[in-house]
Design a protein around this ligand. Sequence first.
Ligand code: ADP
Length: 266
Amino acid sequence: LRVTFTPLQHDSGKRGGIITVLQDVTEQQRLDQQRKEFVANVSHELRTPLTTVKSYVEALLDGAAQDPELSNRFLKVTMSETERMIRLVNDLLQLSRFDSQGIHLRYVETDANQLLRYAADRFSMFGEQQGVQLRLEVAENLPPIYVDRDAINQVLDNLLSNAVKYTPEGGSVVLMAQANRHLKRLYISITDTGIGIPKRDLKRIFERFYRVDKARSRGQGGTGLGLAIARELVEAHGAEIDIESEVNQGTTVTFWVPFYRGGTAG
Ligand code: ADP
């Protein structure tokens, strides 16, 4: 609330009362504040990898390039930091498109079993590399869903990638799906046995750039935007996404998508 007092003064110099204006500026201020924080975040997120790249390139120019093993290592870091910056800029472009144009979904009837199987297949390699077992546990004849396929694939990719990234070697990730024929929804969940998220962070975890441990996220190549994008895509379907977690036990993210209109649901 902004309050301004303007004293009225007569020509004679006598006070003539006070005009009081009450203005609700909280919403405007909140948006301004959010915008400032966002720009600060983006700048910081880009400066960090750029500084790393600069120092490695400097070292190479200063002679490290003569040592094949060292230069290989430095070039690999430069490469992965560059890839992360590209991911970051792509995520940002996508979010800014959402903000300016809204999300335009192309709904198509989709075979849920196939969609989930392909998603699990996309991550089996990454899981193996990380020593994390990935399982698909779904009934064989799920009803068809009515979704934007690219959007839901991206949601699955973001969530599966997190589950594998934040689960130490020897752990497991399970992709499950269950049809609720009454509500005409397919509930999809991804459960991991990973590091978990502290309770105090859970309610903000879907915000852009919100992370529990920035260094760890960056070390894993993260941008801090994956969950924010996932939530926007799910909500664009008129659906919901939710997260539950226990530190050192694991995390479950659940979202639902609608069945095909007039589909098998009764
Ligand atoms: P990031 O690129 O950092 O992974 P996300 O938006 O995908 O960004 O996730 C935000 C943060 O939420 C992560 O940095 C991490 O702290 C936490 N997080 C997300 N998924 C998991 C998970 N499955 N287990 C533990 N922490 C998670």
